[in-house]
Design a protein around this ligand. Structure first.
Ligand SMILES: [Zn+2]
Length: 469
């Protein structure tokens, strides 16, 4: 016994030293979620940045030291939705389709890591390029049976006590149509101590007044209370990078913070099968990550940045059946607007030019997509567009169709389809797919995130990396 005792102490000491060296303390944690952003979305954006924009930095998060991937399936369906994938990323649990922050049978509450960070004394900011009551941001503060309960979700946002919310706005701040009894989210928010503003100078003044929780909404939201698509954004428009920078200013403090940033419209553009718009939104998302990287460079020993997606959207491919081995990303530079905005332009053109000829329409398409100008049309492509023109001009409502997150018409639909096809990009669906998604990590605890993960591992490892496990 005498001889074994010192050896035991020695081993214990070794164990303690081992524990000490693996104990992580990320004080500043960023979680970036590119909604619908599969590997192909990132690769296409990288290809476009390299070959068309000559942007040597490109999609910088692809150069993070740890690159992994994650499965995304839901509890009751292989192909997930944003509510379930958001819940997995925020709580570490799978749930059933359309559920947010509740278990599969919707009987128990699942708590988000954002709440754990808040309870530990850190400040919390939730940011998105869509509305703040949408599924992904909601997964970080709400518990509802259906992701469509926007008013209830917004009420729960106010009860979270988080420090900063920023987005395009709210979908149902006054409750359901016809509901005159429910107080508005703005009135309720004031009762909970929240201040609302649509300007960054408003945010600055509120910060100067103290540490009041703030809800910021874009002053000129796009449809769906969202930020404009990057391809449609004017210089006055607010970007995801702008709100990320502002969030850091608001929540940076010696106790640390947790910031979730969603690039929500990558998914919307992918539902629309609109490659150029996806690519520009991935680039905008990457610029938001760059803001976090600037912060990391100043605090490398205390910061962790993780970039991932909730699921893949569109079955997006680089390469398609008609182009075979040829890809021409440069053709996408002639597309000046999203398909959603092209629909608006076509609609207005038809209203103001009810007698426009097919050639007038081709000039319009040339202006906004390059078709019939820099991008030559074959006879059969022209025929497809002519039929679309006859359909739209012969219809009472422009042959308008409602899609997942926008409206379209046959002219816009076929024009963007032709651009995608000629540029060499392909789509297999207008919905999500079950493909794994990429994970990119830099900072304290980065080594925890390899090899391949399930999306439920990510929040657990973020807590571990923050010393909160
Ligand atoms: Zn989606």
């Amino acid at each position: 016994m005498r001889t074994k005792y010192p050896i035991f102490l020695y081993l214990l000491a070794l164990l303690l030293v081992g524990c000490e060296t693996t104990k992580h303390q990320a004080k500043y944690v960023f979680l970036f979620i590119g909604d619908g952003m599969g590997v192909s979305h990132v690769t296409a954006a990288q290809l476009y940045a390299d070959s068309v924009l000559n942007d040597t930095a490109g999609i910088t998060f692809t150069k993070f030291p740890v690159v992994s991937s994650s499965t995304t399936y839901a509890a009751n369906r292989f192909i997930t939705c944003s509510a379930v994938a958001g819940t997995a990323l925020s709580t570490g649990y799978k749930t059933s389709i359309n559920t947010i922050g509740l278990n599969t049978s919707r009987t128990d509450t699942l708590y988000s890591i954002a709440k754990k960070f808040k309870d530990s004394g850190r400040k919390v900011a939730i940011l998105t390029s869509v509305s703040i009551d949408h599924a992904t941001p909601a997964a970080f503060y709400a518990h509802v049976k259906s992701r469509n309960e926007y008013y209830q979700i917004a009420r729960q946002m106010l009860k979270s006590g988080y420090d900063f919310f920023a987005s395009g706005g709210l979908l149902q701040p006054y409750g359901l149509k016809g509901d005159t009894l429910s107080p508005s989210i703005f009135d309720l928010g004031k009762a909970y101590g929240y201040e609302f503003t649509s300007t960054f100078s408003g945010v600055d003044s509120l910060v100067k007044l103290g540490t009041k929780p703030i809800v910021y909404s874009s002053p000129n939201p796009a449809p769906g209370s969202s930020l404009n698509y990057e391809i449609d954004r004017t210089t006055e428009g607010v970007s995801l990078a702008d709100i990320t920078r502002k969030a850091i200013e608001v929540v940076n403090n010696p106790n640390g913070f947790f910031i979730m940033v969603e690039g929500g419209k990558i998914d919307w553009a992918a539902h629309d099968n609109d490659a150029a718009t996806v690519i520009h939104d991935v680039i905008a998302f990457s610029r938001a990550v760059d803001v976090a990287v600037e912060f990391y460079r100043k605090n490398p020993s205390q910061t962790l940045i993780l970039v991932t997606a909730d699921h893949e959207t569109g079955g997006f491919s680089i390469g398609n059946r008609s182009n075979k081995y040829d890809v021409h990303p440069a053709l996408l530079q002639f597309q000046k607007v999203s398909k959603e905005q092209l629909h608006q332009i076509v609609h207005e053109f038809r209203t103001s030019n009810p007698r426009a000829t097919f050639n007038d329409l081709l000039s319009l398409l040339n202006q906004y997509t390059g078709l019939s100008g820099s991008i030559q049309l074959t006879d059969s492509e022209k025929e497809v567009l002519r039929k679309a023109y006859l359909n739209v001009y012969g219809s009472n409502n422009n042959a308008e169709e409602v899609t997942t997150y926008s409206k379209t018409d046959p002219i816009s639909e076929y024009a963007i389809q032709i651009v995608n096809q000629k540029a060499g990009f392909g789509w297999t669906t207008g919905s999500h797919t079950g493909q794994p998604v990429p994970v990119y990590v830099i900072g304290v605890g980065q080594e925890l995130f390899a090899p391949m993960l399930d999306n439920t591992d990510i929040p657990k490892k973020l807590l571990e990396a923050s010393g909160l496990k």
